[in-house]
Design a protein around this ligand. Structure first.
Ligand SMILES: [Zn+2]
Length: 73
């Protein structure tokens, strides 16, 4: 699906900075997260700031794009 480091789909109008940021966010969203409840890597972002574990169903609030960003910022 994704070729190279950037992801096509936004066109050129937003400039490279925003596109890089979008690419980073996209990759973070797709990355697997470790569930703090059962330690499986099934944690998925289901909405902005909401993460849910596919294994145990544990739901938690986190950063909009990264589950750990809420505590680090
Ligand atoms: Zn879990």
């Amino acid at each position: 699906m994704a070729k190279g480091k950037t992801i096509k789909g936004l066109g050129a109008r937003y400039g490279s900075t925003l596109r890089k940021r979008y690419t980073n966010v996209y990759r973070v969203q797709k990355a697997k997260k470790e569930c703090p409840s059962c330690s499986s890597m099934k944690l998925k972002r289901v909405a902005s700031g909401i993460w849910r574990c596919g294994a145990c169903g544990h739901t938690l609030a986190g950063g909009a794009y990264d589950v750990s960003s809420a505590s680090t910022r």
